[in-house]
Design a protein around this ligand. Structure first.
Ligand code: NAD
Length: 439
């Protein structure tokens, strides 16, 4: 079956999905309402920072398989599958996912549906969304031959292309044979490479996405609490994580203590799950605790830094390495830096910062921060160096040069990028997370 795909939304998920489907041989049009985004894409320039994406977009365009447009209505009639990959941010108030962008897509495509079409939610959406969209489409276009399916996305920014092309699994939720066949045909190239495909109902697929993110957020929050405990007992959270992670029932991943999780998914999706579950009458008390512990943790990091600098930040200059929520992305959504830096500034600190990819986005979000061209430039004359994001270049600093560049040789490493003894031997006063007196 030679399928034609339209993807609505050229953001982190939509654009990566479009480029990867084209790479797998499918003809794809990626549509966005943001004209400047589409203009840049048509000129072969990716509007987001993601390793390998520029090359993949170019490859798709050269093969004639990848197209871009702002005109959604014109790209509906032809499509066998239409993917919704627009934002589902937390709504103001209780954090329930705001479905306005998803609804707008359904309303825009309804009048122009033609032939059999499967509308697929790739955005993270509450359980019941597929059913709701189907009802809406039947109301708007009773004559349309359309099914609604769910295909949640699990890619991670920073390694999104590999995650898409070599995923741990693909989850497909559909309630009838025809929709299932379309989805299976689209994903056959991955299934042929032995990628496990979980074929289920729409509601289960929708819930899998929230359950997965909530579980991962729980794992991070758990190890962060263990880090606090380690500090009280002069124990080492890195060794503790290895000690529990070697148990195959636990696993070694996502046991990295740090400043609290951020990003475009975990905070929003844990809040989303909490409200979805509350409204359904099955509260997720564990996830509620995870969410509030994490919020407290991000807020407490500024206090921790203040304490390490003797209790006052008046007149102190801090060099900050990394402001994005994690390495490998320019995404600033709910980055811990957005909690931590304004608190440091309010306590009197001047901030000199550097990030390899996030500074353009961060500039407006973090007023008053001075931005620098590299780690050493940011560190010049500072009273301490604070490592906030685990970019690989921050793991390989020239320690001698850094010590000479800083005003005071203090490093506060909230990502545990260095061995405490190595830093001490290099002449630093070194503080990290959950490593007892070695922190
Ligand atoms: P994003 O904000 O980067 O991209 C969304 C895009 O949709 C924007 O470019 C916006 O202009 C466009 N858009 C919105 N309404 C539109 C419309 N009516 N017509 C055309 N274009 C429209 O968002 P994202 O990070 O790609 O996330 C999209 C969804 O995928 C969310 O539900 C998110 O939770 C989920 N998700 C994100 C990730 C991630 O790592 N970012 C991973 C898995 C799932």
């Amino acid at each position: 079956m030679q399928l034609k795909v339209t993807i609505v939304g050229a953001g982190y998920v939509g654009l990566v999905s479009a480029a990867c489907f084209a790479h797998l041989g499918t003809s794809v049009t990626c549509v966005d309402r943001d004209r400047s985004r589409i203009d840049r894409l048509e000129q072969g320039e990716s509007p987001i920072f993601e390793e390998g994406l520029d090359e993949l977009i170019l490859e798709g365009q050269q093969r004639g398989l990848l197209h871009f447009s702002t005109d959604l209505a014109a790209k509906v009639a032809d499509a066998d599958l239409i993917f919704i990959a627009v934002g589902t941010p937390s709504s103001k108030g209780d954090g329930y996912p705001d479905m306005a962008q998803v609804e707008a897509v359904a309303r825009a495509i309804a009048p122009v549906l033609s032939g059999y079409t499967v509308l697929v939610t790739k955005s993270t959406v509450p359980a019941g969304t597929g059913r709701w969209l189907e009802t809406l489409l039947r109301e708007l276009r009773p004559d349309a031959d359309v099914d609604v399916a769910s295909n949640p996305e699990f890619l991670r920014e920073g390694c999104a292309i590999r995650d898409f092309l070599e995923p741990d699994r693909v989850v497909l939720g559909a309630d009838n044979e025809r929709a299932r066949d379309h989805l299976q045909a689209l994903y056959r190239p991955l299934a042929d490479r032995a990628v496990p495909v979980v074929m289920t109902t729409r509601e289960t697929a929708e819930l899998i996405k929230y359950a997965g993110n909530a579980f991962l957020a729980t794992k991070i929050t758990f190890i962060n609490e263990m880090a606090d405990l380690c500090e009280k007992f002069d124990a080492d959270v890195e060794v503790l994580a290895r000690g529990i992670g070697l148990d195959r029932r636990i696993g070694p991943l996502f046991l990295k203590a740090g400043p609290g999780y951020g990003g475009s998914c975990f905070p929003k999706d844990t809040r989303g799950l909490i409200t979805i579950a509350e409204r359904a009458g099955a509260p997720t008390r564990l996830v509620e605790a995870v969410n509030s512990i994490n919020e407290d943790r991000k807020a407490s990091m500024a206090e921790r830094i203040r304490g390490l600098l003797g209790g006052s930040l008046e007149g102190i200059t801090l060099a900050v390495l990394g402001v994005t929520f994690k390495a490998g992305t320019d995404d600033m959504r709910e980055a811990p830096s957005l909690d931590i830096l304004p608190r440091l500034q309010a306590a009197g600190a001047a901030i000199q910062a550097y990030d390899p990819a996030g500074m353009e986005h961060a500039e407006n979000l973090l007023p008053g921060v001075s931005w620098h061209e590299d780690a050493y430039d940011a560190a010049t004359g500072a009273d301490a160096l604070v490592i906030l994001t685990e970019w690989s270049q921050f793991k390989a600093l020239d320690l001698l040069r850094m010590r000479e560049t800083l005003g005071q040789p203090m490093v506060i490493d909230l990502r545990n990028l260095y061995e405490p003894q190595v830093m001490r031997d290099a002449g630093f006063v070194y503080h990290s997370v959950g490593r007892g007196s070695r922190t």
